[in-house]
Design a binder for this molecule. Sequence first.
Ligand code: ATP
Length: 312
Amino acid sequence: MNSIILETHGLTKKYKQTAALDQIDLQIEKGKIYGFIGQNGAGKTTLLRIVTGLSFPTDGTITLWGESGTAGLQAQRKRIGCMIETPALFPTMTAYQNMEVQRIQRGIPDRAVIEKTLHMVGLKETGKKRVRNFSLGMRQRLGIAIALLNTPEFLILDEPVNGLDPAGIVEIRNLLKSLNKEYGMTILVSSHILEELYQTASRFIFIDKGKIIEELSDYELNERCKRHIVLRTTDPQNALLVLEEKLHTENFKLMPDGVIRLYDYLDDIETVASVFSDAHILVTGLSVSGDTLENYFLNKIGGNESVKSPEK
Ligand SMILES: Nc1ncnc2c1ncn2[C@@H]1O[C@H](COP(=O)(O)OP(=O)(O)OP(=O)(O)O)[C@@H](O)[C@H]1O
């Protein structure tokens, strides 16, 4: 099955006493956008640097498109585009001129790739405008354009929305979605703020203190963060009938453990209690649950401290 682009097993990186990465097992599938979420110092950059060959692991294996030997990895890395450090842009040059410098440095023969790539990131019309007059969002898009120069199948971006204002975040979000949708690009993008990638990624990988602590789909994340009433009864089947017949809702879900999640009546929990009492169904638990994205993230990493971006 060739849908796995990147796979790591027991990937570990130690700096003296610090384990920047601790036994990371990871799989990245073709065609998805992965949000790689973790607070500052969690290990995101370290992992991305190892995948792109800028750094080496202390232990563990890494496989790219099925290749894991040194030469094989080097060959496969040509299929990756990355923006890990802020790209060195020449402020007095235009977007095109900056791209031309990069093209020559990287020995990419086809000049037409510049126009094509600038078009992909929505910078084709910037003409003679110098980069020093670009917004931060435009500069980040130019950085992404540079990462796209080798027409990669797999794009790796480290905190591309860091420091951007909401409009800039939307620009990058739309860009990543279109690269994924129109060009089928697989994307791994890191951030220390879940909210920033929430509407972009289709899968989320949470990292904390060098360990992967959870991986889930956008659907699962939505489910966990969606506010709902948690209803426990001794008779779930009849409880569902009561919801339909007395509260006229089908907006609920019976979970495998018999708990009912009700997505209506969140502000009227007393009514819910009273219809069950009238129907003589014993309710053993009734509470409102669900989290904001930020709380979900904070709970995952087990604390409030140092999660918020110092820049914000
Ligand atoms: N060259 C290095 N020497 C020593 N320690 C390092 C080095 N690079 C990273 N670390 C440590 O490894 C850990 C992970 O750092 P990393 O940069 O990967 O985190 P991050 O999740 O990318 O956070 P940030 O967003 O702040 O870059 C941190 O404790 C960091 O201090």
